[in-house]
Write a protein that binds this ligand. Structure first.
Ligand SMILES: [Zn+2]
Length: 487
């Protein structure tokens, strides 16, 4: 779901399993050493993300922009056939579901044929690494990855280094549509806590030199720090920003609230990793005097769609196919349904017919985007209502998913604020859950969000959905306050 995954937030600080001790250590380091740590991580990430394979893919993706509908269909059908052959021969889960249905690889040789396979849910994958890991994979080529998604369920999986590079090539092609080549300096608003919340004087940013990034973490987007943040942005004249819509929106909100005008405006703001609401886009464009574009992706890397110059999502068809599950045809011929993704790049841990958890509206048949691209068009991606929590330091926090990223013993989690100064975390446990998880989460809140916010836990059998059936990761029950979203 909008790939909350660290790999999407391009902070250069993708965390590995078992890095918790490292995180504690990092927090205690002096600022110059934290910058060095960011840069060392950056070197590690750059080796994978901007490898030779990345440049091959990137150059190729610039050329395939002009492909015809027939070329796209032929390519995707071929990719499906190759992937299914591989999965049947090397991945236990797919071997099993195909055998159970009497299917052989020759029965699934096109996008259309994929429907013979069941939809794969996140729940089917959690805790079953051995079932999905390809036996043909070179273990040294694996990058451990995780996502918590909007429901708080942690999913640990693996990507091949080539799959990581391919995904970055897709994201960079999106930026190239707006005139930016890889390795242009920029400012990234990240969910990774690169600056500890306890730090009480500037600099409230860090540098990742190999990835050409300055980093501002969500935890620093506070009223008492926005003057310093604005000075920093003005003094560096970043050509573009990247990051989560909710973070950059927060920055715009704080600037406007304090009556601060930026003197240096990014030409573009690239958003990703979560749905962008109209009110967020409008505020960012108005306050930062910039233009916003975004792409739809998710950590599992089984597909992607990126906006063109006309603000329309095009499926990144070279990378994966996004099917429409449970389709409903609307009055204008557009089709609404669940996003069901099959990725072509990650043979190490394939996601085939993966239900991402988001809903989209596909353009009616025959729709032509003015940009001329023939790839499938998604008119909109429907997101969730986002509430926020207020900390005693007056920071607004919309995202907590990274608190749950380390544990697979949580099935779902929801953060509820009923009164100022505290939050309640509602948890649906798995059998492997233990009370030490509480301590771990409390410590993360203390270190990275607020030293004085009280955290209570509540254990429930299920977390109720909103009237429209959506899961809400954060619920504010404080009176007299509206959520940012009008959904
Ligand atoms: Zn277009």
């Amino acid at each position: 779901m909008f790939g909350i995954g660290v790999s999407l937030d391009s902070s250069g600080l993708q965390k590995r399993d078992g890095d918790n001790g490292m995180e504690g250590l990092y927090r205690l380091l002096p600022v110059p050493v934290q910058n060095l740590a960011c840069t060392l991580y950056g070197f590690r990430e750059r080796r994978v993300r901007l490898s030779r394979f990345f440049w091959d893919r990137y150059e190729w993706l610039l050329q395939t922009e002009g492909a015809s509908t027939d070329e796209i269909r032929a390519y995707q059908d071929e990719q499906v056939a190759l992937l299914i052959e591989h999965a049947y021969n090397n991945v236990p889960y797919y071997r099993r579901v195909m055998d159970e249905r009497g299917l052989k690889p020759k029965d699934i040789v096109s996008v259309q044929d994929l429907r013979k396979l069941p939809v794969l849910l996140k729940e089917d994958v959690v805790g079953k690494r051995a079932d999905f890991l390809s036996s043909a994979t070179n273990q040294r080529q694996l990058v451990p990855s995780k996502t918590s998604g909007t429901t708080g369920t942690a999913l640990v999986f693996f990507k091949s280094k080539e799959a990581v590079a391919f995904q970055w090539a897709v994201w960079w092609r999106h930026r190239s549509r707006f005139g930016f080549r890889p390795l242009t300096w920029h400012l990234n608003f990240t969910g990774r806590p690169v600056v500890p919340a306890s730090q009480s004087s500037p600099p409230y940013w860090r540098w990742n030199l190999p990835m050409r990034q300055a980093l501002i973490s969500m935890q620093q987007l506070r009223p008492d720090r926005v003057v310093e943040l604005a000075k920093f942005v003005d003094s560096h004249r970043f050509p573009y920003f990247t990051g989560y819509p909710s973070f950059i929106h927060m920055f715009a909100y704080l600037l406007e609230d304090r009556g601060i005008e930026l003197h240096s405006h990014p030409q573009y703001v690239f958003l990703g990793a979560e749905n962008t609401y109209d009110f967020q886009r409008e505020a960012i464009e108005r306050v930062l005097k910039t233009r916003v574009t975004d792409q739809y992706g998710f950590s599992e890397g089984a597909g992607n769609a990126s906006k063109c110059e006309y603000g329309v999502y095009h499926e990144d068809w070279e990378f994966g196919v996004l099917e429409c599950g449970d389709p409903t045809v609307m009055a204008d011929g557009a089709v609404r349904g669940k996003i069901v993704a099959t990725g072509f790049s990650n043979y190490a841990f394939p996601f085939i017919r993966y239900e991402v958890g988001d809903t989209a509206v596909w353009a009616p048949p025959g729709y032509q985007c003015p940009c001329g691209r023939q790839s499938r068009v998604i008119l909109r991606i429907e997101g969730r209502t986002e509430d926020y929590v207020i900390t005693p330091e007056d920071m607004r926090v919309m995202r907590f998913d990274y608190l749950f990223k380390d544990t697979e013993s949580i099935r779902e989690a929801q953060v509820v604020q009923r009164e100022e100064g505290s939050i309640v975390i509602r948890v649906v446990k798995r059998p492997t859950y233990s009370r030490t998880v509480e301590d771990h989460i409390r410590e993360k809140v203390r270190n990275w969000i607020s030293p004085s916010l009280k955290v209570y836990f509540e254990y429930v059998d299920e977390i109720p959905r909103s009237r429209s059936g959506k899961f809400r990761a954060v619920v504010s029950e404080l009176s007299g306050r509206e959520a940012f979203s009008s959904d």
